[in-house]
Each structure stands twice: as C-alpha cells, then as structure tokens.
Design a protein around this ligand. Structure first.
Ligand code: SF4
Length: 376
C-alpha cells in the first residue's frame, strides 16, 4: 500500500503568503505534462511493486489542467504501477471550477476535492491576493455537490491581520452550513520568501499576537467538534469515515512517491526530493540527467521522523510499533523525555499509545522538539 503525489507546478497568481514552488508562466505546460508522464514511467521501480491506493494532485494549481490532461496522468500511473485506487484527490482553486469541469473530473475517477477557499471574507481574500472572491467561495461547494462529489475538503486560514474572532466564527459557521466532510485549517504563517514576509521585514505587515492566535484556535476546535468533526491531525478535521487517506498514509509512515518539480518521495529507507525549478526539471528529464537529491536517513533521523509524523495525529505514537522499529537506546530516550510532558498533561498515555491532547496541538512543535534525539 503506497501513495502517489503529482505536483502541477503552475499558478495564475501569487498568493501573498505562499512559499510553495510554482511558475506563473503556462508556456511550458504541455512539456511539463509530458515530463511528468515520463517521470511516472521512469520511476516505476521506486516503490518496489507496492500497490498504489491513493493518488493526489497537488500544486501549484492542478485545476489549471483540463480533465483530459489529468486523466492521461492517472492512466499513466495505472499503466506502470499496480493500483487499487481508493482515493483520487484534486486540489482546486474555486475560480477554476464550473459545473461542466466538475462533472468531467467526476467522470475521470476523481472522488475527492480539496478546495482552497481560505476565507469567506472579501477583505481577507484581497489581502492574501487570492484569485477568487467571497461569492465564489460560497457558491463552489454546492456546485461540486451538485456534480456528485460527496467527499469534499476545504482549506481555511486563520490568524489573518484584522480578522476578528467574530469573523472567524462566522467563517466556520458558513463552512459547517455547506455540509463538507473535511476541513483543513492553518494559522497564517509568515515565511521569509513571501510577499507578506517581505512586507514584514519592511515593517509594513504585522502578524496577529499569540493571545489572539490561541483564541482563534480555541474557536476552531470548539466549533468544529460541536459540528460533528473529529480533530484527527494538528490542522485537519473530518466527519467520521472521512479522514484523508492520502495524508494519513504520510503520518503513518507509509511509502509514497512524488513526481514533478519540488515533489518529495519516501520509500521506507530514503527520502528523495526533486529539484524545485521547472526549467531545470524539464531539461534534466529530457536529457536523462539527475533531477533529484536523496538522503539515506540515519537511525536517529528515522526515529525523529517517526516522532514528528506520529505526534501530529490524534492517535499519536503506537508504543508497540516504536518497540518493534527502534533500538533500545531510542526507546529508553523516548520514555525519559516524555516524563515531564506526561506530568504536565501535554502528553497522554492511553495504554497502547502516547498522544498529544488536541487542545495542546497548537504547541505541538515545542513538545515534539523536546522528544527529538540529537546525535553527537
Ligand atoms: S494557489 Fe496555492 S500554490 Fe498557488 S500561489 Fe496560491 S497558495 Fe501558492
């Protein structure tokens, strides 16, 4: 069982908070689609014959592609890998979606949509330089439901400057009223190489303070849990039975392959990441040159990765798996380092698992880093 990720590295407009890799010129789109197909074929040995159960189109903006183009990539995966596809997700920008296009996506086997709504407030969308407006944000989910999609996730951002608690609560009320099955919600993070990061450096942008962040997070948890959602990962909430299968496999340490510029892969032994540059990626693929970097993970890196991915989830660290997978000195280190957090309630021992209670997810980074094994 393994996951397949296809990165579509194009966007029509730069969101001001974004530090993902993409290009705004669509000139090389056709060449890129051919290169992606070639990479899919060339790397068919990477997962050692593991069956692909989830396929995820991310970006960039996958909905820049026609349904026929996405279908061709799905068929290429099926041609070269054993597949039993349970979940095929496409990340979508609201203003790319029409009733026709949605029906076409459904017809080619897409069964999950991830819609980048981010906010239902016009001022937030303008500040973030999103392509869609508040009206499109409201209309797109009912349109997708009318096309037959019954597994829809939306992204929402909180901690946007000027956003009030009442506005955030209203965003969540609207999201709940739409009847989506899954919500991913992220605090706005200001990365240095973004428009917001640049404005912050010049003193023109001020992130919200920690106290407000905590209040917004508390509203998020309360509203969505009351609305019937399970908080199953730091940033992810789902109705029962609708956890993201693809992303859950990342957190459960399952193998995955990522194709396209900047895509990452993991086969249980090594991590690999493709060059984050469309031109260099295309040239390398065409000339059969190497377009990736790879690292074999040391035992300590594998242990830290296991801690990081497991503690992001509501189920946390499986003690039996920890015992089976790691040497004694890591296990001893683990049980010593969790003691203060168990005493403070930031970690809980369920008998089989060690997990972070969801109301402490906001400070999960600090808890995890205390548990990391530092090599001499
Ligand atoms: S659509 Fe997504 S990938 Fe593209 S600029 Fe906006 S946030 Fe970044």
């Amino acid at each position: 069982m393994a996951g397949f990720y296809i990165h579509i590295p194009f966007c029509k407009k730069l969101c001001h908070y974004c530090d993902f890799y993409f290009s705004m010129s669509l000139e090389n789109k056709e060449k890129m689609l051919k290169a992606l197909a070639l990479e899919i074929e060339q790397r068919r040995e990477y997962l050692g014959g593991e069956t692909i159960t989830t396929l995820y189109f991310g970006g960039g903006t996958p909905t820049i592609c026609t349904a026929a183009e996405l279908e061709e990539l799905i068929n290429t995966v099926k041609r070269f890998y054993p597949c039993q596809l349970e979940e095929v997700t496409v990340e979508a920008n609201p203003d790319d979606l029409s009733a026709d296009y949605l029906s076409q996506l459904k017809a080619i086997g897409v069964n999950r949509l991830s819609i980048g709504i981010q906010s239902f407030v016009e001022r937030d969308l303008l500040l973030m330089n999103r392509r869609h407006n508040a009206q499109m944000a409201m209309e797109v989910v009912p349109m997708a439901q009318a096309a037959g999609f019954n597994n829809i996730t939306i992204d929402l951002i909180y901690g946007i400057p000027e956003q009030t608690q009442a506005e955030w609560e209203q965003n969540l009320t609207i999201a709940l009223s739409l009847g989506v099955q899954h919500i991913s919600s992220y605090h706005l993070s200001i990365e240095p190489k973004t428009v917001f990061g640049n404005r912050m450096k010049r003193g023109l942008f001020h992130p919200v303070d920690d106290e407000l962040s905590e209040q917004l997070y508390a509203i998020l948890e309360k509203k969505l849990i009351e609305g019937g959602f399970e908080h199953y990962e730091v940033s992810n909430f789902a109705k029962p039975g609708f956890y993201s299968k693809h992303n859950t496999s990342y957190w459960n340490y399952t193998k995955y392959i990522g194709v396209g510029p900047s895509a990452h892969s993991f086969n249980g032994i090594s991590r690999q990441w493709n060059i984050a540059n469309n031109g260099k990626y295309l040239n390398a693929i065409q000339n059969s040159e190497i377009y990736w970097e790879q690292e074999n993970m040391s035992a300590a890196e594998q242990y830290n990765e296991f801690i990081l991915t497991s503690l992001r989830t509501a189920w946390g660290i499986d003690k039996k798996r920890l015992q089976q997978q790691f040497q004694h000195h890591f296990i001893d280190y683990f049980y010593t380092s969790i003691e203060p957090h168990l005493a403070s309630g930031k970690l809980v021992d369920t008998g089989t698992n060690i997990r972070i209670p969801s109301h402490f997810f906001l400070v999960s980074d600090g808890i995890m880093s205390d548990l990391f094994f530092v090599e001499d």
